[in-house]
Design a protein around this ligand. Structure first.
Ligand code: XLS
Ligand code: CA
Ligand code: CA
Length: 436
């Protein structure tokens, strides 16, 4: 047992004072026709929860993630056991991983791949025993110095080839573990300065890497979703997958839209100068909504702090978007989040997951309450009512000609457009529904 101080966390309802209990997340309660666990599909991010030790620019780790041994492969095996113990205790049904999170990189690609084979045998076993599932896998093509100028966008073709081989293997492992998604986060796919960068070539190459690796996945039987995860900067000064709108444009340009969706991360949204809700909305209206990295940033710091999500407005408006997108199919809510450097005990991990899961459970409940309340939806529908008949209907149907619109405008005299947008009224409804 790796977490003797963490009990199995149970739902005790809103009035409990037990810090190691859920107040809002009741996994088997049915909301909106599905159980909460089906609606929310929580996942543990291997890299943060199992690997990150709290290092930052100014100091070494504060948390022990060695799992009782200094032998790297034994540690990786113990880590897998620990991950499944934690998922069981926290009622988290899924996990997400990078290749290098689950097995240490070897001296050669061949050795790295053999290590991955060994560890994924063990993980497959643990999955069978516990019923836990893989939400998505990915390749870490940003940590090793070979990727210092990018992977698919590297100026060196050898690096491109290495990245392609590494991704091929990561997709094979995702298929082996039955993953329902595969994520491409362009870690260093961007630039530091345009003085040394051929941006057109880099974008073409990146698209080609996505194309050949994703086609390979289909060939070996991957039926899940491919996701691109937008992020505007960090580690590079400018990342090509800047935000949801940029990525949708990129996917369309390179003919990848049919096979790729988006994995939207809350902290990346705010780094791009958008709200989380905005990024989800852009994904949805482009038919590209896929999965979510559930976390939050600190607005006073302004970098990718990857904190556990506790902002109830954000979780509520997020779940409203998810419901409007038809709910999760292959995606879910992956806690791409870590406890603060000063929160350095295993119990802090439990508190963090409970806070994140309860915040999203609350958000799910409130999103349905807002829909049932109906005032927000009715207001928006009414706001656009003029497109429902007459000239508006013709615009909606795309049958209005420019001549017809001109004749209509000339005959109209002045336009009456003085109807309030009622922002404060709507914000007050949101508060009333969430906190009454
Ligand atoms: C980093 C990203 C990364 C991806 C997976 O900022 O969030 O963790 O989710 O490579
Ligand atoms: Ca992420
Ligand atoms: Ca992040």
């Amino acid at each position: 047992m790796y977490y003797p101080n963490i009990p199995a966390i149970k739902y005790e309802g809103r009035d409990t004072t037990n810090p190691l209990a859920f107040r809002w997340y009741n996994p088997d309660e049915v909301i909106g026709g599905k159980t909460m666990r089906e609606q929310l599909k929580f996942a543990l991010a291997y890299w943060h929860t199992m690997c990150a030790e709290g290092t930052d620019m100014f100091g070494v780790g504060t948390m022990d993630k060695s799992y009782g041994t200094t032998d790297p492969m034994q540690s990786a095996k113990n880590k897998a056991e620990a991950a499944f113990e934690l998922m069981e205790k926290l009622s988290v049904d899924y996990f997400c991983f990078h290749d290098r999170d689950i097995a240490p990189e070897g001296a050669t690609l061949t050795e790295s791949n053999e290590r991955l084979d060994e560890i994924t045998d063990l993980i497959a076993d643990l999955m069978k025993k516990t019923g836990k599932k893989c939400l998505w896998g990915t390749a870490n093509c940003f940590n090793n110095p070979r990727y210092m100028h990018g992977a698919g966008t590297a100026p060196n073709a050898d690096v491109f080839a290495y990245a392609a081989a590494q991704i091929k293997k990561a997709i094979e492992l995702t298929v082996k573990l039955g993953g329902s998604g595969y994520v491409y986060w362009g870690g260093r796919e961007g630039y530091e300065t345009l003085l040394n960068t051929d941006m057109g070539r880099e974008l073409d190459n990146m698209a080609y890497l996505l194309k050949i690796t994703s086609e390979y996945g289909r060939k070996i039987g991957f039926t899940g979703d491919y996701y691109i995860e937008p992020k505007p900067k960090e580690p590079t000064k400018h990342q090509y997958d800047f935000d949801a709108a940029t990525v949708c444009g990129f996917l369309n340009k390179y003919g990848l839209a049919k096979d790729f969706r988006l994995n939207i991360e809350a902290n990346h949204a705010t780094l791009a100068g958008h709200t989380f809700q905005h990024e989800l909305n852009v994904a949805r209206v482009n038919g590209a909504f896929g999965s979510i990295d559930a976390n939050q940033g600190d607005m006073l710091l302004g970098w990718d702090t990857d904190q556990f999500p506790t902002n109830l407005y954000d979780t509520t408006l997020c779940m409203l978007e998810v419901i409007r997108a038809g709910g999760f199919t292959n995606g879910g809510l992956n806690f791409d989040a870590k406890t603060r450097r000063g929160s350095n005990t295993p119990e802090d991990i439990a508190h963090a997951f409970i806070a994140g899961m309860d915040s999203f459970a609350y958000g799910l409940r409130m999103a349905y309450k807002l829909i049932d309340d109906g005032r927000l939806d009715a207001f928006v529908a009414n706001r656009y009512a003029s497109y429902g008949d007459g000239i508006g209907k013709k615009i909606t149907d795309k049958t209005a000609t420019i001549e017809e619109l001109e004749a209509y405008a000339l005959a109209m005299g002045d336009v009456k457009n003085n109807i309030s947008g009622r922002q404060e009224y709507l914000e007050n409804i949101l508060n009333a529904v969430m906190f009454q």
